[in-house]
Design a protein around this ligand. Structure first.
Ligand code: XMP
Length: 520
């Protein structure tokens, strides 16, 4: 994306951290426009008067090899306030005459930092205390203070955890203020952008909507677009956004994979075709999906097969509609991160989200992914801005590969039917007990294990049903929801007593990390 000429902004220079988009998100939350640019591409002469401050992100690089990067060092001398985060802190220190070396103790996770002096950057950050909890993730650290810098705070392992040169308005923090685990991290960012860069609030969800609509219009021009509509929050928001941007040039395709929640297909058609009057094509591909997945148990293979089949179906329909150039999808930023498709910054791929890594390499349709830099809760806000109703916006996320990744191992029609019923009872019970909206995502899964039970004096040997319910802000991290015993008892009884094929229910109490939200 090119630098936006008209609006004051904070420029985030990305060195490949998986948290760079979180920095942008925090700044959006504070009502300010920001733009991310790669350290490889940005040149000092491209930084215009609209840029009021610069943030240097973290990243997997190390500063000893500084001459290998094509980072334009003149940026450091252009007089703008700079906040360096983690690697950004190290590079800022190095370029100002400090020293960086490998730490004796690498720091990952929570650490205490201790205040050494007052600074504009840490106003309200320590909350009248001398100590604060921050989230670290680094192997190297600053070992000698750069020229004309002062020490603001230290941790046990990183002496120079916060440093400043308040004359030049240069600030460096070894930890990540953008992640929620850092207490008051947002206050530190707020201080930097408002007190130090002195930028004014200039960004709202309405501006976000207008920007995205304009970008879509610009990208697709006069061409036709098909939109992969699943009825979930993300694709619903994309469909409505495109509807506003290009109207009749949009064709939504809803594919019934047979791997959807109970009666999902009926509800989606009812909502989008009948209520929202969106141009919707319903495709029943149940048999095609089940056939292709026969005897497949490897999670990545399942994801790839499903991703490929989706694209095949979209291309088939694109041919029928004629002159379709684009396929729109509701890819979000966490999908990109976990599929390792962001600027090569990730060290390991977690899973191929079907609308990202699960796509075939060769595709005739070009992708339109207007939400790809947003997080789930931001997408929900955007949906409200686009006048989608609360019922659609507040639905729990549902993954593209559907129930396929909630049936570990081999998938059969029998297993799908058992699971649909269990999931229906669970979700219904959450709604009936006023718990649905307290939980970020909940589902039932069917584990490929049979265990022995006893019902009415008879031995049973049936499947294990796993229930998962989590709280989260953006799906990147999650914790399990603590139900009352009476609720889990009730739902366990309901599932075991009503569904033939399940004789045991377990509740998943792992957080993310170390687990993921879905099972595969
Ligand atoms: P994980 O399992 O990666 O899930 O912790 C994070 C969030 O992403 C959803 N998810 C997907 N969504 N296509 C999607 O559209 C996918 O392939 C996919 N895989 C996981 C998951 O339901 C959770 O909300």
């Amino acid at each position: 994306m090119s630098l936006d000429k008209n609006i004051d902004k904070i420029l985030i220079i990305d060195f490949g951290s998986q948290f760079t988009q979180l920095i942008a998100r925090r700044i959006r939350e504070l009502g300010v426009f920001s733009e991310i640019v790669s350290h490889k591409k940005i040149r000092n002469n491209k930084i215009d008067v609209t840029v009021k401050g610069i943030i240097l992100s973290g990243g997997p690089l190390n500063v000893y090899e500084i001459n290998k990067y094509s980072f334009d060092k003149k940026i450091i001398e252009n007089g703008l306030p700079i906040l360096g985060i983690c690697f950004g802190h190290q590079i800022l220190s190095k370029l100002n005459g400090g020293r960086v070396k490998q730490s004796k103790h690498r720091e990952f996770g929570l650490a205490n930092i201790y205040k050494k002096k007052e600074s504009l950057l840490i106003k309200d950050f320590f909350n009248n205390k001398k100590i604060n909890k921050v989230w670290m993730s680094h192997a190297d650290q600053v070992s000698k203070l750069p020229k004309n810098f002062k020490l603001v705070a230290s941790s046990e392992n990183s002496k120079f955890a916060i440093i400043e040169n308040d004359f030049k308005k240069f600030y460096g923090v070894q930890f990540h203020p953008e992640v929620t685990h850092t207490e008051n991290g947002k206050k530190l960012i707020k201080n930097f952008i408002f007190l130090i860069c002195k930028i004014k609030r200039n960004w709202s969800s309405k501006d976000q909507k207008i920007k995205l609509i304009n970008e879509v219009k610009y990208q697709v021009g006069e061409n036709k677009v098909i939109c992969a509509l699943s009825g979930g929050v993300d694709s619903s928001v994309v469909a409505q956004l495109l509807n506003k941007a290009i109207g009749k040039k949009l064709y939504c395709i809803f594919v019934n994979t047979g791997l959807l929640r109970k009666d999902e297909e009926k509800q989606v058609v009812e909502t989008f075709k009948k209520k929202l009057k969106i141009n919707l094509i319903y495709v029943n591909a149940e048999n095609e999906f089940v056939k292709k997945l026969t005897n497949i148990s490897d999670p990545e293979k399942k994801r790839k097969i499903i991703g490929n089949l989706f694209i095949k179906i979209f291309e088939r329909y694109a041919k029928k509609i004629k002159n379709v150039k684009f396929l729109a999808q509701g890819t979000l930023y966490p999908d990109l991160i976990e599929s390792k498709s962001v600027t090569g910054s990730q060290t390991s791929k977690i899973k191929s989200h079907h609308n990202v890594g699960g796509l075939p390499k060769k595709m005739r349709l070009k992708l339109v992914e207007p939400l790809k830099f947003l997080f789930k809760d931001e997408v929900r806000k955007l949906g409200l801005e686009l006048n989608l109703n609360k019922e659609i916006i507040s639905r729990h996320p549902f993954p593209g590969p559907g129930l396929a990744i909630r049936i570990p191992g081999i998938i059969t029609k029998e297993k799908i039917n058992i699971l649909k019923q269990a999931d229906y009872y669970f979700i219904q019970a959450l709604r009936d007990h006023g718990l649905y909206h307290k939980i970020w995502q909940a589902y039932a899964a069917l584990l490929p294990v049979k265990t022995v039970g006893v019902m009415g004096d008879n031995r049973t040997y049936e499947y294990l049903c796993l229930l998962r319910a989590i709280t989260s802000e953006d799906g990147m991290t999650a914790d399990f929801y603590e139900f009352k015993k009476s609720f889990v008892q009730m739902i366990s009884n309901k599932i075991v007593n009503s569904i033939r094929g399940i004789n045991r229910v377990v509740y998943d109490v792992t957080s993310k990390p170390p687990s993921t939200i879905e099972l595969e």
